[in-house]
Ligand binder design. Structure first.
Ligand code: SAM
Ligand code: SF4
Length: 464
């Protein structure tokens, strides 16, 4: 297990980049527009440039890069918590072992199926399944079974889950092989903080106290054949500049070793949580302004990597950062196991943390449609084997846009016809009409129009 994060080296890069010359910042932003990504030294310069004029330049470039590669679609998913039992004591998390005030819940298979049915009836097609980390083989066996249960659970109107990503404790290679065999999409895991001393303080006991076991998890996942992995850092634990460079080093390590970087980067920010001291008083709070810079700078640094934003953030913050590089979002989320069934919002006595956005999926879709984003429920790439390096090869010349945009519009129409409220359907139909009109010739518009009419005639799950 190789420790490729050198705290001192990252601190030195940041130190050398402090007080940058505006001309250098402009030159770096111009180079980022070539879509080849940026080395850590250049990213450090952007992180250290705190001038409103330069910020605007970075955000504008991030917006253009996101549109060039991904278009203006936003892929939708819902988290599904199966259990909140945990052997760890992460100081920021409501599920931590020492939180005696938390109601502990582990869903049964039937309860999981019930949660899935509720999400399917809202229109969801993609899940992120998560749980606390429990020692022993039994809980992992149950989690694997739960993935099968979720895939097998269907409802009327073709309600089904077509892709399940998972966020569970790091496994050995054998454990990752089992996840792969369970047909997962992306394996997601956050390092939380890349800063070794902070990591030690935040994870005092339990298996998660081992920094290197967690840092090397993606290497083992890839060795086991999972070629879409998602990394992330929990912003608020340590200096955000350091964490951005940590993420970048992680991405470069995977790219160098496996020929493909992470499929996604998540940018969770600390939210208040019950009896979690580091969440109640974050050691390094990140302002909304800096949060937007983080997303924009990452977009410039790793242009082909998807970026995920959860409902931890408030609607107004979400609107801002969608503009500068986010490509996947959760909506209508609950962070307590069984939360969809109980229908309770926000802080619940079994929840992991507070939510910033408690709107329903339909309300979120209405909102983002009004801003011209295309909500997408697409799961085509994963089902057609366009994963790992194959996905990146397509994404690099911007080709993914052709597939993503067409699939996004098709799955959006499915949602509007099957699940949307009358208001959302009206706004959505107007947007779809505009999108079809804006579609280039060369057969793409004809293909799209033909597929949309097939969906209106009752066909489902069409993709290219
Ligand atoms: N237990 C596994 C783990 O720790 O990786 C699986 C998922 S855990 C339920 C999901 C993530 O929630 C953690 O990795 C952490 O980054 C995030 N999280 C925990 N407490 C949080 C808080 N108070 N605010 C925001 N995110 C939090
Ligand atoms: Fe457990 Fe994960 Fe929460 Fe840590 S972050 S206490 S490992 S659920």
């Amino acid at each position: 297990m190789e420790d490729f994060i050198n705290d001192q080296a990252i601190a030195d890069i940041l130190e050398q980049a402090s007080g940058p010359d505006p001309a250098r910042v402009r030159e770096i932003v111009a180079r980022a527009r070539e879509l080849k990504g940026l080395p850590p030294e250049d990213v450090a310069v952007l992180l250290q440039a705190e001038d409103p004029g330069l910020d605007a330049l970075v955000c504008e470039a991030a917006h253009d890069i996101k549109n060039a590669i991904y278009g203006n679609r936003l892929v939708m998913f819902a988290p599904l918590y199966t259990s909140n039992y945990c052997s760890n004591n992460c100081l920021y998390c409501g599920f931590r072992k020492d939180n005696r005030g938390l109601k502990r819940v582990a869903l049964t298979s039937e309860e999981i199926a019930e949660e899935v049915r509720i999400l399917e009836r809202q229109g969801h097609k993609r899940l992120l399944m998560l749980c606390g980390e429990q020692k022993g083989k039994k809980s992992f066996d149950f989690f694997i079974e739960a993935i099968g249960t979720a895939y097998a659970t269907m409802t009327e109107n073709g309600g089904e889950i077509r892709r399940i990503n998972v966020e569970v404790a790091p496994q050995d290679v054998e454990g990752f092989r089992r996840l792969k065999a369970a047909d997962i999409g992306t394996y997601v895991l956050f390092q939380e903080t890349y800063h070794h001393d902070t990591y030690r303080v935040m994870h005092p006991t339990g298996p998660k106290a081992d920094y290197l076991w967690r840092l090397s998890a993606m290497d083992r996942a890839m060795e086991a054949g999972i070629d879409d992995v998602g990394i992330g850092a929990l912003f608020g634990l340590y200096d955000y500049r350091f964490e951005v460079l940590g993420l970048l080093h992680h991405a470069r390590h995977l790219d160098e070793k496996f020929g493909v970087g992470p499929h996604t980067i998540s940018v969770p920010r600390l939210e208040p949580a019950l009896n979690a001291p580091a969440a109640i008083r974050p050691p390094h709070p990140v302002s909304d302004h800096d949060f937007k810079r983080i997303v924009a700078i990452l977009r410039l640094a790793v242009p082909y990597t998807g970026m995920i934003l959860s409902t931890r953030e408030r609607p107004e913050v979400r609107r801002e950062v969608f503009q500068v590089g986010i490509s996947q979002i959760s909506a209508g989320s609950r962070t307590n196991p069984g939360g969809y069934h109980s229908g309770e919002e926000g802080m619940d006595d079994a929840a992991q943390f507070n939510l910033g956005d408690t709107r329903s999926l339909d309300e979120v879709i209405y909102d983002i449609s009004g801003q011209g984003h295309i909500p997408s429920f697409c799961t085509a790439c994963y089902r057609l084997g366009r994963t790992g390096r194959d996905f990146m090869d397509l994404a690099k010349p911007g080709l993914i846009q052709k597939f993503c945009r067409t699939n996004a519009i098709m799955t959006y129409l499915e949602y509007l016809v099957d699940y949307a409220s009358p208001e959302t359907r009206r706004v959505g139909e107007e947007l779809i009409a505009r999108l079809v009109g804006d579609t280039g010739e060369n057969g793409t518009r004809e293909l799209l129009a033909e597929r949309l009419s097939r969906i209106r005639n009752g066909e489902r799950d069409l993709y290219i």
